[in-house]
Design a binder for this molecule. Structure first.
Ligand code: GLU
Length: 505
């Protein structure tokens, strides 16, 4: 066999938002292509006009842009094998349909949906195949003149694949091994419809994989049942020598592990199943996405990479580059992968820690602005460095650190009851006076001066710090006190202290 350059494709149908399982399929294709120095093609399979949803294609492109998954070729990327949108390839498919018809490997059928329905009602488990096709209205059962006359008079027809019964069909799957079936169980699938002059998924998919010189078909498990038919189509065209190798990925399962992951699971447990927010053009319903739910794209990619594959060591945090090096298609699991969304949150937390304070500050800046606060990146960077260990999502930094930007409007009752004592007002007045007298308001100098004062007076450290915290934060949370006072500055610290003394008394 000749060595061919690795070429894989992601071939979504634009029927709605890209499901997270589709994103994983694209990611695995990307990892496989990159590690073999190959190409990843984006092909849009839009031959089913009934299921076409406007906006879906743009959504798919935007999703991969956000995730950092890059295509080498395809819709919006260009390349030498285009057009890459199947609806723009009608003439190509017609030529291949004709080739099968001329070779007697396909035939024309006129049965209407009603007639087919009637057959199904009449014969239990009816299947359009070698055993039944001669009793139907098609070019195998009619004379050539009759067929020509029907077409001439404008009757709609379909072209069906003539499956020879009793043949052994072997699908060689990188993940599942050899899957063997007997062709007798297959029905004569529709390959083409005259009504819209378009091929069905099966024909278009095979013709394009062949013409685009695809070497590996990596796709979801739901396509495994179609694979024997695809093998037979390759045979019918005489393309066995360049037939791609298959790899059918496992299903994504519900977090509890039983059954297929669905959007309802996300709604029920509070996690997205789409990369980006999706506004359904028909129903108007809005579904949240990972981006809008404040996930970092690196975290999503890392999490998805490990759904159905693992490197065999204990390493979990891997960049896209590392994943490219380590990924092994043949080690993907056959069993379904449980969608452990808590793990996904964990990854997000870890990526917040791993990224520089500057990068997180840049993201946090938007959140801060939404709260009407004007500040500098340098300032946010310091806050991020102090607070990022405490959050799973960047937006949570606001709740964790809003006291840096805003004075408390109220004092948490429970905390006040416990922390603000009889003599707190007097002690805090002393503290305010002391802090006011400091020329050097650095964290270190405050720390030193306050400790000396506490020692001289014989005050309790916890006692002072708790009241101080309540005055500055309004509740009992936050980092070390001088990291707060130092950052909000002398003037603000004194104002908050004096206000607490007045209000809490
Ligand atoms: N258009 C199919 C889909 O939406 C492609 C399946 C395949 O990769 O062969 O998933």
């Amino acid at each position: 066999m000749i060595e061919r350059k690795v070429r894989v494709r992601f071939a979504p149908s634009p029927t709605g938002p890209l499901h997270i399982g589709g994103v994983r399929t694209a990611l695995y294709n990307y990892l496989f292509a990159k590690q073999h120095g190959g190409d990843l093609v984006l092909r849009i399979e839009d031959t089913d006009s009934n299921r076409f949803v406007p906006g879906a294609e743009e959504y798919i492109l935007e999703s991969f842009r956000w995730l950092g998954i890059k295509f080498d070729e395809g819709v919006s990327f260009g390349g030498n094998y285009g057009p890459y949108r199947q609806s723009e390839r009608r003439d190509i498919y017609k030529q291949y349909v004709k080739q099968l018809l001329d070779a007697g490997k396909a035939y024309i059928a006129f049965d209407t949906p009603e007639e087919l329905e009637a057959k199904r009602a009449e014969i239990e488990n009816f299947q359009y195949d070698a055993a039944t096709r001669l009793s139907m209205r098609n070019s195998l059962a009619m004379s050539a003149e009759e067929v020509a006359a029907l077409i001439e008079s404008g009757h709609q027809y379909v072209v069906r694949f003539k499956i020879e019964p009793g043949e052994k069909v072997v699908v060689n799957d990188i993940i599942r091994g050899e899957v063997t079936i007997n062709s007798s169980i297959l029905d004569d699938k529709v390959l083409y419809k005259s009504a819209d002059e378009l091929p069905t998924y099966h024909l278009a998919n095979i013709v394009d994989d062949h013409l685009m010189e695809i070497t590996h078909v990596i796709r979801g498990e739901e396509w495994l049942p179609s694979a024997p038919l695809h093998v037979l189509l390759y045979r019918a065209f005489g393309w066995e020598d360049t037939m791609p190798q298959f790899a059918h990925l496992s299903l994504l399962l519900k977090p509890e592990g039983n059954g297929k992951l669905s959007k309802r699971d996300g709604d029920r447990l509070g996690f997205p199943v789409f990369p980006l927010e999706w506004n359904d053009p028909k129903s108007g319903a809005v579904s949240t996405g990972f981006r809008e739910s404040d996930y970092l794209p690196e975290a999503v990619v890392n999490f998805l990479a490990l759904l159905g594959w693992n490197p065999g060591d204990d390493v979990e945090m891997m960049s896209l580059e590392e994943l490219v090096k380590k990924f092994d298609l043949s080690k993907c699991s056959k069993a379904g992968a449980r969608f452990d969304y808590k793990k996904m949150v964990w990854f997000n937390h870890e990526y917040i820690l791993q990224k520089s304070d500057r990068e997180i500050a840049e993201i946090f800046m938007d959140v801060v602005k939404q709260h009407g606060v004007e500040t500098t990146l340098e300032h946010l960077e310091v806050i991020v460095s102090l607070m990022k260990g405490r959050v799973n999502f960047v937006h949570e930094l606001w709740d964790a650190s809003s006291f840096y930007f805003e004075a408390p409007v109220a004092y948490d009752e429970k905390t006040a009851k416990k922390r603000w004592k009889e003599d707190s007002a007097q002690k805090m007045t002393e503290l305010a006076d002391l802090l006011e007298s400091l020329d050097d308001f650095s964290i270190e100098n405050q720390d030193k001066a306050v400790h000396e004062w506490i020692e001289v007076k014989g005050y309790g450290m916890g006692d002072i710090m708790n009241a101080f915290r309540l005055a500055l934060v309004g509740e009992g949370k936050g980092p070390q006190m001088f990291h707060i006072s130092g950052l909000i500055g002398k003037e603000e610290t004194l104002a908050r202290l004096r206000r607490a003394i007045t209000v809490l008394g």
